[in-house]
Every structure is written in C-alpha cells, then in structure tokens.
Design a protein around this ligand. Sequence first.
Ligand code: C5P
Ligand code: MG
Length: 145
Amino acid sequence: MLGRPLILGGVIIPSEFGLAGHSDADILSHAITDALLGAAALGDIGMHFPDTDPRWKGASSDRFLAHAAALVREHGFTIVNVDSTVILERPKLKDYRQAMREALARVLAIDMERVSVKFKTAEGVGPVGEGKSAEAQAVAAIVRA
Ligand code: C5P
Ligand code: MG
C-alpha cells in the first residue's frame, strides 16, 4: 500500500509502500508472536490481542511480541530460539537482517544469536510474487525451565 511505512521485526524499512493492516502490519513480529504462543499451546494472536480490546487498540507489534514472550515464561518455559522467513518480492531486506535480529532479540529478551530472520521472494508467482502481498512464517523452540 502506498504511503504506509514498511515495518518488519520492529525495523522501519525504506520502501515506496507498506503493508495494509489494523496495527503497524508488522507481519514478521506477528508470525513470531503466533509461533511463541503456538509452541506453548496458548492459542493464537487474534485470541490474545483482539482489536476490539481497548488495551490493544493501536498497539505496536512489539507489545504483542513482548506479551507473548512473557506469557510463555509465566507458563514455565524458556525460549530456546526463533527462526523466521519473510516472503516479499521487493524491496531487498538482507541489509536489515541484523537490525531486525537485534530489535526482535531485545523485545524477546534473548540473545540475538538465538534469533534467525530469513528472506525470500515468491519468484514472481502468485499475489506475493506480483508484489501485491507478503507473508511471514516463524517457528519457535521452547523448553520447560
Ligand atoms: O528468493 P530469492 O531466491 O530471490 O532470494 C535470494 C536472496 O535474496 C536470499 O538470500 C534472500 O535473503 C534475499 N532476499 C532479500 N529480500 C527479499 C527477498 C530475498 O534480501 N525481499
Ligand atoms: Mg532463489
């Protein structure tokens, strides 16, 4: 979407367009939030952060992520690592990898060595390949402390 900032992993990426969405549309932070909740079988992002709840209205995605990490810890788990992938045709994101890892690690309160962020295009295929959309995937490992 033209005129919206592109924010991924809490980092503002210089781009002509951003992603549409209720909040800051940080799909990478959302995917990691869901992965953490999922690893602890605590439901999903929409269940914990309904946009009808005034507490979360207009909240930035780092608050969702921090809250999910806290919930996971409250349930007796330690976050081992997080791996993630952003599928986006353009712009190129690799120059922002370290900044994203740092920002995510700070919010998660884990070492950045434990945070992986990968990128790929959809090789021109489908809505993502046509630059109309973007996706993010994440998996998190947790262990009972
Ligand atoms: O998907 P593709 O084969 O085109 O990706 C090639 C490289 O470009 C990958 O190493 C990936 O990290 C990088 N990339 C990027 N930004 C994107 C898509 C891919 O930096 N939006
Ligand atoms: Mg390729």
